[in-house]
Design a protein around this ligand. Structure first.
Ligand code: ADP
Ligand code: MG
Length: 319
């Protein structure tokens, strides 16, 4: 049986790190890293707990991928460029098949943005994965939650609600056709963090957040931090064809409040709309204007005809 050190060597240490800002990576008591001059370091961390954040039978490559992707999404929401990762891994046993697939998924996500795994910790216990990512941002350029201003247009990337549909399918509450089911599972297990999009919004967006707990819940964070309100047209909220094909009653509520989508929600002042349209032509995902920031506090949802809509639930909360 391999020791803890053999496992780290085999599955997490790479022969030579591919970034020249990593002075010392895995193998010493600590990593030594070089932050570029004039950059600020953005640090994010997210934990996935088996049975809470993913069903116990989720394939390990997807767990590895998603553990990175949810952190990339936080960096994206700050407008930061990903650079380094650390991994705290708690494992019930040293199942090598599991570790091999897990590390494959983990590196698949890290390699998308040339992120180096520079350290971590390995312990025994209930399956839990914590990843910390470090990214760079030019001084003072980070996208914050507190910058939204009345009159800003509110946008979101991609579409929302698909991960929520995946969970409903796993719970047996909907039975999508095979093709849709696979699409939903892909959206749940392999989220595509909007990293390039977030970086391109530097100096353009007034505020940004990633949608991890549900659109309304996450938008509310921007509103609270910015001391503003918002008016949302729920008919503008973008949903995939697969999502709309599910014939269920409260699908609007699912789109507005289900989590795990990892799209960006951001606000753009009128003066920057032309700039924004310019940079967005290079985006790999669509985006949609869903509403406007208002001076009056509170979040008001209406249909396209202006009829007030009261969402039934807000979003995911752990406590
Ligand atoms: P120490 O006992 O000094 O804390 P460890 O044995 O925990 O050291 O770790 C040895 C090296 O392996 C360190 O560089 C640490 O960052 C790295 N490491 C440990 N676990 C992991 C992991 N799961 N992923 C990546 N690196 C790890
Ligand atoms: Mg030590």
């Amino acid at each position: 049986m391999r020791t803890e050190f053999d496992l780290i060597d085999r599955y997490f240490a790479r022969p030579s790190t591919h970034r020249n800002d990593v002075v010392v990576g895995i193998g010493d008591d600590g990593a030594i890293l070089r932050v570029p001059a004039a950059a600020e370091l953005v640090v994010v961390m997210d934990t996935l707990v088996a049975g809470v954040h993913f069903p116990l039978y989720t394939d390990p490559a997807s767990i590895g991928f998603k553990a990175v992707a949810v952190n990339l999404s936080d960096l994206a929401a700050m407008g930061a460029e990903p650079a380094w990762a650390t991994l705290a891994l708690t494992l019930p046993d040293n199942n090598e098949q599991w570790l091999s697939a897990f590390s494959e998924g983990l590196f698949a996500a890290l390699d998308l943005y040339n992120v180096a795994l520079v350290g971590g910790d390995t312990t025994r216990g209930p399956l839990t994965i914590t990843i910390q990512l470090h990214g760079f941002i030019p001084e003072g350029c980070a996208l914050r939650r507190n910058g939204a201003q009345p009159g800003d247009e509110i946008y979101i990337t991609g579409s929302i609600g698909d991960a929520g549909m995946a969970l409903l399918a796993l719970e047996g509450k909907i039975t999508p056709q095979t093709e849709h089911r696979e699409y939903f599972m892909q959206r749940l297990n392999r989220p595509q963090a909007r990293v390039a999009e977030g970086m391109s919004l530097r100096g353009i967006a007034n505020a940004a957040i990633d949608i991890s707990d549900g659109l309304l819940a996450d938008l509310r964070h921007i509103l609270e931090r910015s001391h503003v309100g918002a008016l949302i047209n729920i008919d503008a909220v973008p949903c995939s064809d697969a999502f709309l094909a599910q014939n269920i009653q409260d699908n609007r509520d699912i789109a507005l409040s289900s989590g795990d989508d990892y799209e960006l929600c951001f606000t753009v002042p009128q003066d920057n709309i032309a700039l924004f349209q310019g940079v967005s032509t290079a985006w790999s995902c669509p985006y949609t204007r869903i509403g406007v920031i208002a001076a009056e506090l509170g979040l008001r949802c209406t249909t396209k005809d202006g009829v007030l809509f009261s969402p039934r639930r807000l979003g995911y909360q752990h406590f």
